[in-house]
Design a protein around this ligand. Structure first.
Ligand code: HEC
Ligand code: HEC
Length: 285
């Protein structure tokens, strides 16, 4: 290191390192680079003191701030659960009618209801609640048992033809299987039903049969009866299908769709949330 040489061309001192006749110049580091470098060292020293950093034999230096990412995540979860408990309590106490008027409660109920729907209801009613043969769409404002918030809530609590002692219950007779009507009569009354939505010509015999056998549940005008879960037969919305074949099958064998009771299976707050969610999809009536 004793021997220092000045490069002839640039006038800069060399380091004395030489490779195949090339000599290394000893230029100083740029000032800006040097200051950034020192700043980084300063920053890291401060960081070591404040935050967890050095691994030890067992554990690590915790730093004077005592910060822990793990604890921060746990705290966030606990805070979320506490907020959920507060919202859940508020929802449990709120009368159904009041939920829609309170934006915070409504938001909580909707989010909660949507999640619970995906877990519990979509296997039968479809992911978008659009239903399928035998499983009613909950999107439209056409209801078997009523579309008011209280009606939906009650349907969820007790189910339909379920094991609940207060279940919603009604039984359309199996007119063919039980020998109440003959084959031709079933065909006539099916034609009458289809004529109500313009899918078949009027059938006088069928009309009389309807008045005698069906009007008690479906109504004189066939507009249905929410008390009995009897569907409106005069619209174009069909639960089991609106072809002659399907209607004949319904009349001959009856269907007796079953919806489980959710009381005891889901907690009251979840059932309330579901009622609010379903009502928001197509409620009203
Ligand atoms: C095992 C299948 C099944 C599951 C699961 C199910 N449902 Fe149903 N649901 C039905 C059937 C079938 C009907 C129609 C019964 C009938 O014919 O009256 C129905 C009817 C309903 C009705 C009444 C519709 C009306 O027009 O009055 C509502 C509301 C409803 N379901 C909501 C739900 C919700 C919310 C869930 C999830 C908690 C759910 N259902 C889970 C089968 C199911
Ligand atoms: C005791 C009441 C009752 C009587 C009487 C009754 N129904 Fe029903 N009907 C129902 C109920 C409840 C349903 C709902 C479906 C279920 O069982 O899941 C229904 C469903 C239907 C459906 C299916 C509608 C759809 O959207 O797919 C047709 C069609 C129908 N009834 C026609 C008739 C005809 C025709 C008669 C007379 C011959 C009749 N019903 C008598 C209660 C009754």
């Amino acid at each position: 290191m004793a021997h220092k040489e000045i490069d002839r061309l640039s006038g800069v001192e060399t380091t004395g390192h030489e490779w195949d006749g090339l000599k290394e110049l000893n230029n100083p580091l740029p000032k800006w680079w040097l200051y950034v470098f020192y700043a980084c060292i300063g920053w890291s020293l401060v960081y070591y003191v404040l935050y967890p950093s050095w691994p030890l034999v067992s554990g690590y230096t915790t730093g004077v701030l005592g910060y822990s990412q793990r604890q921060a995540a746990l705290d966030a979860v606990a805070a979320g659960q506490a907020a959920r408990a507060v919202n859940g309590k508020a929802l449990a106490d709120a009368p159904l009618a009041k939920i829609k008027a309170d934006p915070k409660l409504l938001e909580f109920a909707m989010a909660n209801g949507k999640a619970a729907f995906g877990d519990n209801c979509s296997p039968c009613h479809g992911t978008g609640a659009t239903g399928g043969p035998g499983y009613p769409s909950l999107q439209d404002d056409d209801w078997l048992w009523g579309g008011k918030l209280e009606d939906i809530h009650q349907t969820l609590l007790v189910g339909i033809r379920s094991t609940h002692p207060d279940t919603r219950q009604s039984q359309m007779p199996a007119f063919g299987k039980d020998g109440v009507l003959k084959k031709e009569e079933i065909s006539d009354v099916a034609d009458h039903v289809l004529s109500l939505s313009g899918k078949a010509p009027a059938n006088a015999k069928g009309k009389q049969l309807f008045a005698d056998n069906c009007a008690s549940c479906h109504g004189d005008d066939a507009k249905g009866n929410l008390e009995l879960g009897a569907p409106n037969l005069s619209d174009t919305i069909w639960l089991y299908g609106g072809t002659k074949e399907k209607v004949v099958e319904t009349i001959a064998n009856s269907r007796q769709g079953v919806m489980p009771t959710w009381e005891g299976r889901l907690d009251p707050v979840t059932i309330k949330s579901l009622a609010v969610y379903v009502h928001s999809l197509g409620g009203g009536k």
